[in-house]
Design a protein around this ligand. Structure first.
Ligand SMILES: Cc1ncccc1N[C@@H](C)c1ccc2c(c1)OCCO2
Length: 114
């Protein structure tokens, strides 16, 4: 059967914005703790404490598999990365500080793009 999906233009442009935002996050000097999924076999307690793990590589895979409905659902996953970081890491730890820096950077990116 023929399924003609008419992806509306703004979906594509929103998707392009998400790709640019993710590239800018990945390029940041403090992105290193967030580039790949946390290995719960290495980081003890992580699986129990963090109910919804998220990282930039998973966000990229979801983008490529068209799993974000719009910009807001993408933003929710990026914020989940930083919320998980705050929950598990002390504010004065290297990872904790990186998380705060990245959240501030992302917030500024969003206000630039609006
Ligand atoms: C975001 C986050 N929160 C809590 C713990 C880890 C991480 N990141 C992982 C990649 C990570 C970051 C730093 C590491 C590491 C793993 O494994 C041991 C060496 O140092």
């Amino acid at each position: 059967c023929y399924k003609i999906a008419q992806i509306s233009k703004d979906d594509n442009s929103q998707l392009a914005v998400c790709r640019v935002l993710l590239a800018e996050l990945e390029a940041h000097k403090d992105a290193w703790p967030f580039l790949t999924p946390v290995n719960h076999k290495v980081i003890l307690g992580y699986r129990k404490v963090i109910k919804r793990p998220m990282d930039f590589s998973t966000i990229k895979r979801k983008l490529n598999n068209n799993l974000y409905f719009n910009l807001d659902t993408f933003i929710a996953d990026v914020n989940l990365v930083f919320d998980n970081c705050e929950k598990f890491n002390e504010d004065d730890s290297d990872i904790g500080q990186a998380g705060h820096n990245m959240r501030k950077f992302f917030h500024e990116l969003l206000h630039l793009k609006k």
